[in-house]
Design a protein around this ligand. Structure first.
Ligand SMILES: [Zn+2]
Length: 165
Protein backbone atom coordinates (compact mmCIF):
# COMPACT_ATOMS: atom_id res chain seq x y z
CA UNK A 1 0.00 0.00 0.00
CA UNK A 2 1.51 3.37 -0.94
CA UNK A 3 1.17 6.60 0.98
CA UNK A 4 -1.79 7.84 -0.98
CA UNK A 5 -3.73 4.62 -0.53
CA UNK A 6 -2.87 4.58 3.16
CA UNK A 7 -4.22 8.09 3.64
CA UNK A 8 -7.33 7.18 1.65
CA UNK A 9 -7.78 4.22 3.94
CA UNK A 10 -7.22 6.33 7.05
CA UNK A 11 -9.83 8.78 5.87
CA UNK A 12 -12.23 5.99 5.18
CA UNK A 13 -12.00 4.67 8.69
CA UNK A 14 -11.61 7.93 10.55
CA UNK A 15 -15.25 8.73 10.56
CA UNK A 16 -16.21 5.95 12.83
CA UNK A 17 -17.90 2.74 13.08
CA UNK A 18 -19.67 3.05 9.78
CA UNK A 19 -19.06 0.16 7.49
CA UNK A 20 -16.89 1.54 4.66
CA UNK A 21 -18.22 -1.19 2.39
CA UNK A 22 -21.82 -0.05 2.64
CA UNK A 23 -23.00 1.93 -0.33
CA UNK A 24 -24.39 5.36 0.25
CA UNK A 25 -28.14 5.04 0.05
CA UNK A 26 -29.14 5.42 -3.58
CA UNK A 27 -32.41 5.53 -5.42
CA UNK A 28 -33.47 2.63 -7.54
CA UNK A 29 -32.53 -1.00 -7.61
CA UNK A 30 -29.34 -2.93 -8.21
CA UNK A 31 -28.33 -6.54 -8.62
CA UNK A 32 -24.99 -8.05 -7.65
CA UNK A 33 -23.53 -9.92 -10.63
CA UNK A 34 -21.64 -12.25 -8.31
CA UNK A 35 -24.27 -13.55 -5.91
CA UNK A 36 -27.55 -12.17 -7.32
CA UNK A 37 -28.40 -10.27 -4.17
CA UNK A 38 -30.84 -7.45 -4.84
CA UNK A 39 -30.52 -3.88 -3.61
CA UNK A 40 -33.85 -2.15 -3.07
CA UNK A 41 -35.03 0.57 -0.74
CA UNK A 42 -31.62 0.88 0.87
CA UNK A 43 -31.18 -2.82 1.68
CA UNK A 44 -29.52 -5.83 0.13
CA UNK A 45 -31.71 -8.91 0.20
CA UNK A 46 -32.03 -12.21 -1.59
CA UNK A 47 -34.38 -12.26 -4.51
CA UNK A 48 -37.86 -13.13 -3.29
CA UNK A 49 -40.60 -14.42 -5.55
CA UNK A 50 -42.56 -11.21 -5.01
CA UNK A 51 -39.76 -9.05 -6.37
CA UNK A 52 -38.39 -11.20 -9.15
CA UNK A 53 -39.17 -8.48 -11.62
CA UNK A 54 -36.87 -5.60 -10.90
CA UNK A 55 -37.05 -2.69 -13.26
CA UNK A 56 -34.01 -0.73 -14.32
CA UNK A 57 -31.70 -2.47 -11.93
CA UNK A 58 -28.08 -1.45 -12.19
CA UNK A 59 -25.29 -3.97 -11.84
CA UNK A 60 -23.41 -3.30 -8.63
CA UNK A 61 -21.22 -5.70 -6.73
CA UNK A 62 -22.65 -6.03 -3.21
CA UNK A 63 -20.60 -5.17 -0.08
CA UNK A 64 -20.30 -8.84 0.92
CA UNK A 65 -18.85 -9.88 -2.46
CA UNK A 66 -16.47 -6.90 -2.38
CA UNK A 67 -15.22 -7.91 1.05
CA UNK A 68 -14.73 -11.50 -0.16
CA UNK A 69 -12.76 -10.34 -3.23
CA UNK A 70 -10.63 -7.95 -1.15
CA UNK A 71 -10.39 -10.45 1.68
CA UNK A 72 -11.37 -7.68 4.09
CA UNK A 73 -13.41 -9.35 6.84
CA UNK A 74 -15.68 -7.30 9.09
CA UNK A 75 -15.72 -10.05 11.69
CA UNK A 76 -13.03 -12.43 12.91
CA UNK A 77 -13.79 -15.30 15.25
CA UNK A 78 -10.95 -17.29 16.80
CA UNK A 79 -11.66 -20.55 18.57
CA UNK A 80 -9.14 -22.21 20.83
CA UNK A 81 -8.76 -24.60 23.74
CA UNK A 82 -8.56 -28.34 24.21
CA UNK A 83 -12.33 -28.82 23.89
CA UNK A 84 -12.01 -27.69 20.27
CA UNK A 85 -9.52 -30.45 19.46
CA UNK A 86 -11.94 -33.12 20.65
CA UNK A 87 -15.14 -31.70 19.19
CA UNK A 88 -13.93 -30.09 15.98
CA UNK A 89 -16.55 -31.68 13.73
CA UNK A 90 -19.53 -30.68 15.90
CA UNK A 91 -18.16 -27.18 16.26
CA UNK A 92 -17.62 -26.73 12.52
CA UNK A 93 -21.14 -28.08 11.89
CA UNK A 94 -22.58 -25.54 14.29
CA UNK A 95 -20.66 -22.73 12.59
CA UNK A 96 -21.83 -23.78 9.13
CA UNK A 97 -25.46 -24.18 10.20
CA UNK A 98 -25.43 -20.82 11.96
CA UNK A 99 -24.07 -19.18 8.82
CA UNK A 100 -26.76 -20.85 6.70
CA UNK A 101 -29.52 -19.40 8.90
CA UNK A 102 -27.99 -15.93 9.21
CA UNK A 103 -27.25 -15.72 5.48
CA UNK A 104 -30.81 -16.73 4.58
CA UNK A 105 -32.14 -13.78 6.60
CA UNK A 106 -29.37 -11.28 5.89
CA UNK A 107 -27.81 -11.36 2.44
CA UNK A 108 -24.65 -9.55 3.52
CA UNK A 109 -23.77 -11.86 6.42
CA UNK A 110 -21.51 -14.64 5.16
CA UNK A 111 -18.40 -16.59 6.05
CA UNK A 112 -15.35 -15.56 4.01
CA UNK A 113 -12.96 -18.22 5.26
CA UNK A 114 -12.82 -20.99 7.76
CA UNK A 115 -9.16 -21.67 8.47
CA UNK A 116 -8.60 -24.94 10.22
CA UNK A 117 -4.99 -24.70 11.34
CA UNK A 118 -3.26 -27.07 13.72
CA UNK A 119 -4.41 -25.44 16.92
CA UNK A 120 -6.93 -22.68 16.46
CA UNK A 121 -9.90 -22.37 14.18
CA UNK A 122 -10.30 -18.97 12.56
CA UNK A 123 -13.52 -17.86 10.91
CA UNK A 124 -13.74 -14.58 9.02
CA UNK A 125 -17.07 -13.02 8.08
CA UNK A 126 -18.44 -10.30 5.81
CA UNK A 127 -20.59 -8.81 8.58
CA UNK A 128 -20.23 -8.19 12.29
CA UNK A 129 -23.67 -9.64 13.06
CA UNK A 130 -22.66 -13.09 11.89
CA UNK A 131 -19.48 -13.00 14.01
CA UNK A 132 -21.59 -11.96 16.99
CA UNK A 133 -24.19 -14.64 16.34
CA UNK A 134 -21.51 -17.33 15.99
CA UNK A 135 -20.09 -16.36 19.38
CA UNK A 136 -23.50 -16.66 20.99
CA UNK A 137 -24.28 -19.93 19.23
CA UNK A 138 -21.01 -21.44 20.50
CA UNK A 139 -21.73 -20.25 24.01
CA UNK A 140 -25.25 -21.65 23.92
CA UNK A 141 -24.20 -25.02 22.54
CA UNK A 142 -20.83 -25.62 24.19
CA UNK A 143 -20.50 -23.06 27.00
CA UNK A 144 -16.88 -21.89 27.20
CA UNK A 145 -15.71 -18.28 27.44
CA UNK A 146 -16.35 -15.65 24.79
CA UNK A 147 -15.28 -12.08 24.47
CA UNK A 148 -16.39 -9.53 21.92
CA UNK A 149 -14.22 -6.58 20.90
CA UNK A 150 -15.68 -3.94 18.64
CA UNK A 151 -13.20 -1.90 16.63
CA UNK A 152 -12.48 1.57 18.00
CA UNK A 153 -11.82 3.34 14.77
CA UNK A 154 -12.38 0.58 12.29
CA UNK A 155 -15.69 -1.05 11.60
CA UNK A 156 -15.26 -4.57 12.86
CA UNK A 157 -15.76 -7.17 15.53
CA UNK A 158 -13.25 -9.63 16.95
CA UNK A 159 -14.66 -12.58 18.85
CA UNK A 160 -12.58 -15.04 20.85
CA UNK A 161 -14.10 -18.26 22.05
CA UNK A 162 -12.21 -20.72 24.18
CA UNK A 163 -12.93 -23.77 26.26
CA UNK A 164 -10.67 -26.15 28.04
CA UNK A 165 -11.93 -29.45 29.24
ZN1 LIG B 1 -22.81 -10.11 -4.06
Amino acid sequence: MNKFQQSQKDNLFKTSTHDPYRLPRVEGAAICPQCNAVYQGGNWTWKHPENTVIHDARTVKCPACRRIVDNMPAGTLTLSGSFLQKHRKEIINLIENTEKKEKAEHALERIINLTDSAADLIVTTTGIHLANRLGHALEAAFKGTVDYQYGDDEYGLTVNWTRDE
